[in-house]
Design a protein around this ligand. Structure first.
Ligand code: CTP
Ligand code: MG
Length: 165
């Protein structure tokens, strides 16, 4: 999960500049994704996730970290931010402003994105590393909201994030 876990907060650090929706609106008159989803965040976050995954691949002696495939590193990192972006799309459709609180969805969007993209593009790796260990998946779902909240509180006080959620 580490590439996905690092992609999310580094998107906040690198974020800013041109929004992915280029400021355009959907049919409902609201932004497609909103100003909180930028190219810099998407690319910076994905790149950081990939770098961490490649580093993890090097420490093969630490078997508890598991082994990666190149595809899984990319899909975990990019999928995390794709999930976050998909979440924003639906938040806007539901009328939530950028940054509005959406409990549990805000915390698990990136897990869903990372898992779905990895399942689609590297089913064998996903089966061996997640589906084969349902307790790992349950642990991730239970602990991610806590971890996410803690990270965002730190990000808020470090003045990197506008909201502590
Ligand atoms: N960010 C970014 N690009 C991304 C993801 C995040 O630039 N692809 C940056 C933005 O500055 C964003 C901040 O990280 O404001 C926090 O991300 P997040 O909480 O996901 O976005 P919100 O601003 O809360 O917007 P939304 O309501 O759409 O979730
Ligand atoms: Mg937010």
């Amino acid at each position: 999960m580490l590439p996905a876990y690092i992609a999310n907060p580094t998107a906040v650090v690198f974020g800013g500049g041109t929004p992915i929706d280029l400021g355009k609106k959907w049919k409902d008159g609201r932004r497609i994704f909103g100003g909180g989803k930028t190219f810099r965040g998407l690319l910076g976050g994905t790149a950081c996730g990939i770098v961490l995954g490649l580093l993890q691949m090097q420490v093969t002696s630490l078997h508890f970290l598991g082994t990666f495939t190149f595809i899984s590193i990319i899909t975990l990192s990019f999928g995390a931010l794709l999930g976050d972006m998909t979440k924003s799309f639906f938040k806007r459709r539901l009328g939530y402003e950028r940054g509005a609180k959406f409990p549990l969805v805000d915390q698990l969007d990136f897990v869903a994105g990372a898992w779905i993209l990895t399942y689609v593009f590297d089913t064998a790796w996903f089966s061996d590393n997640f589906l084969a260990y349902p307790w790992i998946m349950v642990t991730v779902i239970l602990f991610t909201p806590l971890l996410h909240r803690l990270t965002n509180i730190i990000g808020y006080y470090a003045k990197l994030k506008k909201e502590p959620w």
